[in-house]
Design a protein around this ligand. Structure first.
Ligand SMILES: CC(C)(COP(=O)(O)OP(=O)(O)OC[C@H]1O[C@@H](n2cnc3c(N)ncnc32)[C@H](O)[C@@H]1OP(=O)(O)O)[C@@H](O)C(=O)NCCC(=O)NCCS
Length: 197
């Protein structure tokens, strides 16, 4: 077993005793991910989904070798014992001399759970900045996806470039520290331990 994955499973964001946590996606999540990515309410600003569940399962099977090599991590967002969405870390590279990760494939199915959007973003940052040795994050968002663009601006991300369709964001360690302080109550609510070990 890959030691960085063993290490990751022991961190707070992946701790399944907590009210909300991330778990690594498996090929058996193909139907769930296919359903989320083909939901017209959720897919408007996403890249086109695989056309069948079988294709999604095949994609996840390929992904597992990327995960084992430490190149990409795809998570299911779980809250109150239910699989609620997805989020993914990928495109690990150096930006301005700092180790940076990209994150995206961020989906949370309705009905909304108060704080889960913020907590899932926080969990990704906590994992990246506190546990996986990253110093910076980057991501792109469709310009028309206004609520998500505004979410990132409120959380301290900066738009560093504008494409025809997308804004390109950078998120610094200082922004992470400020976001973590601002989200203290949400973190406490969602990381509360519910299950005995
Ligand atoms: C992206 C996604 C996961 C975000 O989840 P969401 O629940 O819609 O998040 P919202 O933008 O409504 O809100 C996020 C938080 O900001 C808060 N918020 C919204 N507007 C606000 C405002 N003007 N001022 C302050 N806070 C605000 C919300 O209350 C919410 O707080 P909470 O997390 O504490 O509950 C979800 O919208 C989704 O699945 N979208 C479809 C897929 C997609 O487009 N993904 C993004 C690809 S880059």
């Amino acid at each position: 077993m890959n030691s960085s994955i063993d290490h990751m499973r022991e961190t707070r964001p992946l701790d399944s005793r907590r009210r909300s946590y991330l778990r690594l996606a498996e090929p058996t999540d193909g139907a769930l991910i296919y359903r989320l990515r083909s939901d017209p309410r959720l897919s408007r600003f996403l890249n086109a989904p695989p056309t069948t569940i079988a294709e999604q399962v095949a994609w996840l099977t390929q992904y597992k070798s990327q995960e084992a090599a430490g190149k990409q991590y795809y998570f299911i967002i779980v809250s109150d014992d239910q699989d609620r969405g997805t989020v993914r870390m990928y495109d690990f590279r150096i930006i301005d001399g700092q180790r940076s990760f990209c994150w995206g494939s961020w989906i949370i199915a309705p009905p909304p759970v108060v704080g889960l959007a913020s907590y899932s973003a926080m969990a990704i940052y906590e994992l990246g900045f506190e546990h996986l040795g990253f110093e910076h994050a980057h991501f792109d968002v469709r310009r028309e996806n206004e609520s998500v663009v505004n979410f990132h601006l409120r959380s301290g991300a900066k738009i560093v470039d504008t494409g025809e369709q997308d804004y390109f964001f950078h998120f610094s360690r200082d922004a992470y520290d400020a976001f973590r302080m601002a989200q203290k109550q949400t973190i406490e609510r969602h990381s509360a331990v519910r299950h005995a070990a």
